[in-house]
Design a protein around this ligand. Structure first.
Ligand code: CA
Ligand code: CA
Ligand code: CA
Length: 147
């Protein structure tokens, strides 16, 4: 039951991150309609009619015909990265970042660009997200109750 609940939450995050039409109902997003913990192509297309087999296969990294939560999350990150990486060279330059986030400064960029080569890779972006999640969790741990 818990897993199923988490999958729904996760589906919400995934759909929210994909700027295409045909999103599931925002109050009860449900990709995994048969509740087996994974999402197959039919379930994906039920939620997003324009989702292609090609997209599915790309997301299905282990090729078992199902998208696990992990695979969905990775697909989500990839999609996000792909939107930023306009020239598709596998790295996000400051200009590419600013094209999407005009408020982003060189300082922001430097924080993401861990190895300082002027390109933020998917790996660097993922590391940054993980770090942010971790710090967020730590902060919550440190202040169990306040106010
Ligand atoms: Ca799979
Ligand atoms: Ca690029
Ligand atoms: Ca870099």
């Amino acid at each position: 039951m818990t897993t199923r609940f988490k999958t729904s939450i996760f589906a919400a995050a995934l759909l929210a991150g994909i700027p295409l039409a045909a999103q599931a109902h925002p109050d009860r997003p449900k990709l995994d309609t048969n509740g087996d913990g994974s999402v197959d192509l039919a379930e994906m297309q039920a939620a997003k009619a324009d989702f292609t087999v090609e997209q599915f296969n790309k997301a299905d990294t282990n090729g078992d015909g199902l998208l696990s939560r992990d695979e969905l999350r990775q697909a989500h990150h990839r999609a996000r990265f792909g939107r930023l990486d306009k020239d598709g060279d596998g790295g996000i330059s400051l200009a590419e970042l600013q094209a999407v986030k005009p408020g982003a400064t060189a300082e922001h960029f430097a924080k993401m660009d861990a190895d300082g080569n002027g390109q933020v890779t998917q790996e660097e972006m993922r590391a940054m997200h993980q770090e942010r999640h971790r710090r967020h969790a730590e902060r919550k741990d440190r202040k169990p109750e306040e106010g």
